[in-house]
Ligand binder design. Structure first.
Ligand SMILES: Nc1ncnc2c1ncn2[C@@H]1O[C@H](COP(=O)(O)OP(=O)(O)OP(=O)(O)O)[C@@H](O)[C@H]1O
Ligand SMILES: Cc1ncc(C[n+]2csc(CCOP(=O)(O)O)c2C)c(N)n1
Ligand SMILES: [Mg+2]
Length: 330
């Protein structure tokens, strides 16, 4: 078979680029069967499963480095596992590429290289997937499997009035990074593009929050939109203190120049930080976790009775910017 035919044969692609990512784990069968088998887990543990697709020009830009696109596809899923308090086990990968791409071999090598790096970082392996052609944009869909101890699962529905509202890391970097990548903001803020391209799933924090936090969600669609999910699932009102939001130095500089951009911090999305509620007496454990994991964690509000999400400004006045509260696909 010629080299060119190698490229279009999906089975060669799988053997060359994807089988090594299984690390020969039991039940993956060298990616030569119709499906994979997940190992039995103990009566004290449960599987946690999530799937997210990322699509060119919807979730990433055509010029983003391929290695980082692949890692982002994995990381947005790991972020959902983190929000459930789960430890990642493995993942399946579906990849849709344009037919007859001149450099598909090279592109797939980069996908595999990127995934190899993150497999090592997060201690996981490939379980299976699908490799298909498309007339549309490049798409990567990952299903991630995690394991959680029974009783340790974190949910969106456990917020109660009187609890505090916390967030990890800084918010707004991803959304502002997208603007820099699109040339809409100065290149002096290039490190924000890195945050957009390579989110940091808060796996260690998610595991640590079991027993400390009440309701937990990861912020993918925007702080207000994802806070609304906690409020809705928990039947309570979340109040966000706009003056307490943790923002990076770069975002703070941008905002100082253009105050209308404050809204982007609250609604932009692409943060992949953990937003959670906790009883007031959990503060010492939260600060200890923050210190040990070297992840900033900031109290940004509280839980009240009622519905929905309110954001207060520096004077404690309710902001009226919620018509569009986050990313929406439709
Ligand atoms: N097409 C679908 N079929 C079945 N379940 C779905 C479908 N779309 C979404 N869901 C489920 O709905 C729930 C909420 O989905 P949503 O996409 O809002 O959450 P998320 O994955 O945390 O957000 P994001 O996609 O921004 O990461 C998830 O449990 C998801 O599995
Ligand atoms: C090129 C480009 N344009 C816009 C955005 C913003 N964006 C797209 S989907 C999404 C929410 C999470 O996705 P999902 O809900 O599908 O998991 C966000 C914030 C981006 N990341 N890249
Ligand atoms: Mg999520």
């Amino acid at each position: 078979m010629s080299k060119e035919n190698d490229l279009i044969d999906e089975f060669n692609i799988i053997a060359k680029f994807f089988t090594p990512l299984t690390k020969n784990a039991s039940g993956t069968f060298g990616l030569l069967e119709d499906a994979a088998v997940l190992p039995p887990i103990s009566p004290q543990q449960e599987w946690v499963v999530t799937v997210d697709a990322i699509i060119c020009n919807v979730h990433f830009l055509p010029n983003d480095p391929i290695e980082l696109i692949a890692r982002k596809a994995l990381r947005v899923n790991l972020s959902d596992l983190a929000a459930m308090g789960a430890t990642p086990y493995g993942y399946t990968l579906t990849i849709a590429l344009r037919k007859n791409l001149p450099d598909s071999q090279c592109l797939l090598k980069k996908v595999s290289n990127g995934l190899t790096i993150d497999q090592a970082e997060f201690g996981i392996h490939l379980i299976g997937g699908d490799t298909v052609s498309t007339n549309g944009p490049m798409t990567l869909a990952i299903t991630a499997f995690g394991i959680v101890h029974k009783g340790k699962l974190l949910r969106r529905s456990a917020a109660m009035p009187g609890q505090d509202l916390w967030i990890s890391g800084t918010i707004g970097d991803g959304a502002f990074g997208l603007k820099v990548a699109k040339g809409m903001l100065s290149k002096q803020y290039l490190e924000l593009v890195d945050r957009y391209r390579l989110p940091q799933p808060r796996i260690s924090l998610g595991c640590r929050l079991s027993g400390i936090a009440a309701a937990v969600i990861d912020v993918s669609d925007g702080l207000i939109r994802d806070a609304q999910h906690i409020a809705n699932q928990s039947n309570c009102r979340l109040v966000i203190d706009g003056s307490a939001l943790p923002i990076s130095e770069s975002v703070s500089c941008i905002i100082a120049d253009r105050s209308e951009m404050l809204k982007l911090i609250l609604t932009g999305g692409d943060d992949y930080e953990l937003l959670f509620t906790a009883a007031p007496d959990a503060i010492t454990q939260i600060q200890q976790a923050s210190y040990e994991l070297e992840i900033p964690i900031t109290r940004i509000g509280w839980v009240d009775s009622g519905k929905g999400v309110d954001v207060l400004d520096y004077n404690g006045t309710k902001l009226n910017l919620l018509a569009e509260s986050g990313w929406s696909h439709f």
